[in-house]
Design a protein around this ligand. Structure first.
Ligand SMILES: [Zn+2]
Length: 386
């Protein structure tokens, strides 16, 4: 029996218009393939008041360690103006060696490669891995992401599932397959700096306390002192003020309060808690006894994480080098993905297709990239279970 190619699986997925929260049959494509290959599959639906119910898929084969998990999402962002596409956003067309469609690189193509590589690996190894392989696939990543990976990981943990390593097939590469593995992300924490003064007439400043020059001083103080000098895997953390608001329509009134919003991108020198206390200490020092200021911290689920280079990243790098001849950059830049949630359970890397056209009109991938990524995942499976 021949196993399906990554291209044919990707086309089947692209033809499902699974714009979040719609599934449109995408998970079913994967479930059928994995079930036929001997996986035990579960469809799990999560709900939350005010959001659409979302379907998710967990599939596993094998019951021994080590357990390698491929994670990803089958939902996609909207196609935008349909007439602007040179091939239908949900047609799965191939033209001049390029596969077009919404999700081609982010990330139905990547999932298709992982499934094709796994089916080929199983066919060559008597149908069973020497450990366990699983697929953790959500339909809720691109939008608010509340009924997806976070809940699916909790659900799996409650069933006693443990993962040793995970690969998220997000489009990690910048220019060419194999140039970049994402091994972590900085954390993100937002806050509002609030300075309380006393309202009054500008002609009688001694009866008022003006928060405007005070918030300027505090912004300068917090902005100027570096949070750290960077670490082995990360650039320095940075704190950026993004707005200053007084909300005062008058020119002859000293306002009662000034507010400034800021966001911090932080590296592995900090946790959310240690970072907050560091900033609050600096604020207190800058305020002295005179200025009355405080920070309102906004909720954040974006903690810093890093998978330190080692045996697991070596397995992925060696497979990349074998197929492409490239030595990947182990990178911690860029925006967030579901990897930040998975990192709480096991070491995780992101490695998939080339991200150049993600979320754009005419999202597309060379078919040769699908072949290369499949070969790389195949090499990972070979080495991981060697
Ligand atoms: Zn994605």
């Amino acid at each position: 029996m021949t196993t399906p190619t990554a291209l044919s699986i990707a086309q089947d997925l692209l033809r499902c218009p699974s714009v979040t929260p719609a599934d449109a049959g995408a998970l079913g494509v994967l479930e059928t393939l994995l079930k036929d290959a001997g996986f035990t599959t579960h469809r799990v639906t999560f709900s939350e008041p005010g959001t659409a119910d979302i379907d998710n898929l967990y599939a596993r084969i094998g019951d021994a360690a080590p357990h390698l998990c491929f994670a990803g999402h089958t939902d996609v962002v909207p196609p935008g103006e349909a007439s602007a596409w040179s091939h239908g956003a949900f047609a799965g067309d191939v033209a001049e060696g390029l596969l077009y469609g919404r999700g081609a690189v982010d990330m139905k193509g990547g999932i298709a490669c992982a499934v094709a590589a796994t089916l080929d690996y199983l066919a060559a190894n008597g149908g069973r891995p020497k450990g366990s392989i699983s697929f953790l696939i959500t339909g809720d990543e691109e939008d608010v992401a509340v009924n997806g990976t976070v809940k699916l990981l909790q659900w799996a943990a409650e069933r006693g599932e443990t993962f040793d390593h995970c690969i998220v097939g997000e489009p990690s590469n910048v220019e060419a397959i194999g140039d970049t593995i994402k091994i972590g992300r900085r954390g993100s924490q937002s806050g509002v700096l609030i300075v309380d003064g006393q309202q009054g007439h500008v002609a009688y400043p001694h009866r008022a306390s003006n928060p405007v020059p005070d918030i300027a001083r505090l912004i300068t103080a917090l902005n100027d002192e570096p949070l750290d000098a960077g670490s082995a895997q990360f650039q320095p953390s940075n704190l950026e003020f993004t707005s200053v608001d007084v909300g005062n329509p008058a020119t002859n009134v000293i306002p009662a309060q000034a507010r400034a919003k800021f966001n911090i991108r932080f590296n592995d020198h900090h946790t959310q808690d240690s970072l907050k206390s560091l900033v609050e200490q600096r604020l207190a020092a800058a305020c002295g006894n005179r200025i009355r200021a405080r920070i309102e911290w906004l909720p954040s689920n974006a903690d810093v994480f890093v998978t330190k280079p080692g045996a697991f990243t070596d397995v992925v790098s060696a497979s990349i080098a074998e197929v492409t001849g490239r030595t990947p950059d182990l990178n911690t830049g860029g925006g967030t993905s579901d990897a930040r949630f998975i990192a709480k359970y096991c070491p995780v890397v992101e490695f998939g297709l080339v991200g150049q056209t993600m979320h754009q009109i005419d999202e597309r991938t060379p078919v040769s990239d699908l072949d290369q990524l499949t070969a790389i995942y195949r090499g990972v499976l070979e080495r991981y279970f060697a």
